[in-house]
Write a protein that binds this ligand. Structure first.
Ligand SMILES: NC(=O)c1ccc[n+]([C@@H]2O[C@H](COP(=O)([O-])OP(=O)(O)OC[C@H]3O[C@@H](n4cnc5c(N)ncnc54)[C@H](OP(=O)(O)O)[C@@H]3O)[C@@H](O)[C@H]2O)c1
Length: 285
């Protein structure tokens, strides 16, 4: 499936770069259908133009006029300023997609009145087209808008639609999730080297173990608990290892980590959307 019209990226950083690469690589859009702008870095903007042949501009007004879909790919702290700049430029026939963690649909919808909005929570594996992305549709976004957003994020991985009130938990699980997996692999490598393996060998073994287990999960209809039980012989090595993990509070620590990340996402919504920037935005409207 491909996109019709122009997609304008406001913010030309890591996430925008991953989406542009994924969309072009999967023929979801042609270079002529992609525009991008940022705040000040000529180097990053020029880099995207040179690498992908897309159109870059410093004018949000030109970008909004050319685009049918606007993807807001700026940090949460910069959203209030961007929404303020875009408010006079958006049209009711735009679709606005925000990837900013923690900024609620209601804040974007009230800043850009009359415009359909979708929130997306991808993760950093978008850079290798393996993101897990959750989408939440705002009150004006219909099935056609959702399908367009799904097409864009499908170019960088798997996509699921959820209600917005679940996005903070999604942020805790899959948004921040790659870091937990990196931490696990880091710990496995340290343990391997502590116990005598060469660091590169330990890394290769750990990474391939992760890829293999992920592929088993992806291709099997069994749940992870059943797969775990199948590789855990009574009295064997895996059972000894799993006991040590549970004695160390493994499952509890993961539960706590995801809960805390979700709490932090809620706090960020208050800081950046209900707090000072949002109040300033409301006062200026
Ligand atoms: N990276 C990830 O894996 C990931 C995962 C999930 C969600 N996200 C979300 O994606 C968003 C972007 O993250 P990122 O990693 O791509 O950040 P990034 O690499 O720092 O890029 C941010 C971009 O926003 C631009 N910007 C800031 N203020 C602007 C303004 N007023 N007008 C126009 N452009 C402006 C910056 O321009 P300059 O460079 O010129 O300052 C830069 O191009 C964040 O909200 C983050 O929560 C990212």
């Amino acid at each position: 499936m491909s996109i019709t019209g122009v997609i304008g990226f406001v913010g030309a950083g890591n996430m925008a770069g991953a989406l542009v690469r994924g969309m072009l690589g999967n023929q979801v859009a042609a270079p002529a259908q992609i525009w991008a702008t940022n705040r000040s870095s000529d180097e990053r903007l020029g880099g995207l133009r040179d690498r992908y042949g897309i159109t870059v501009t410093r004018s949000k007004s030109d970008l909004a006029a050319a685009s049918s879909i606007l993807v807001l790919a700026v940090k949460p702290k910069d959203m209030a300023g961007v929404l303020r700049e875009l408010a006079p430029l958006v049209r009711a026939d735009h679709l606005v997609i925000s990837v900013a963690a923690g900024i609620p649909l209601r804040s974007i919808e009230s800043a850009l009145s009359g415009v359909p909005v979708i929130r997306a929570m991808p993760n950093t594996s978008a850079a290798v087209q393996e993101s897990a992305t959750a989408l939440a549709a705002g009150m004006r976004a219909d099935a056609v808008h959702l399908a367009a957003a799904e097409t864009i994020f499908r170019a960088v991985g798997d996509v699921m639609a959820v209600d917005e009130d679940l996005l903070d938990v999604v942020t805790g699980l899959s948004g921040s999730g790659p870091a937990y997996v990196y931490r696990l692999i880091e710990a496995m490598i340290h343990a391997g080297t502590d116990l005598g393996l060469d660091a590169l060998l330990a890394r290769r073994l750990a990474v391939q173990t992760l890829i293999g287990a992920a592929r088993m999960l992806e291709t099997s209809s069994e749940d992870p608990g059943a797969l775990r039980e199948r590789v855990t012989s009574p009295g064997g090595t895996t059972m000894a290892a799993l006991r040590a993990l549970e004695d160390g509070g493994f499952a509890m620590a993961i539960r706590e980590a995801i809960g805390r990340a979700a709490d932090r996402a809620r706090e960020m919504a208050d800081e950046f959307a209900g707090g000072e920037p949002a109040k300033r935005l409301a006062a200026e409207r």
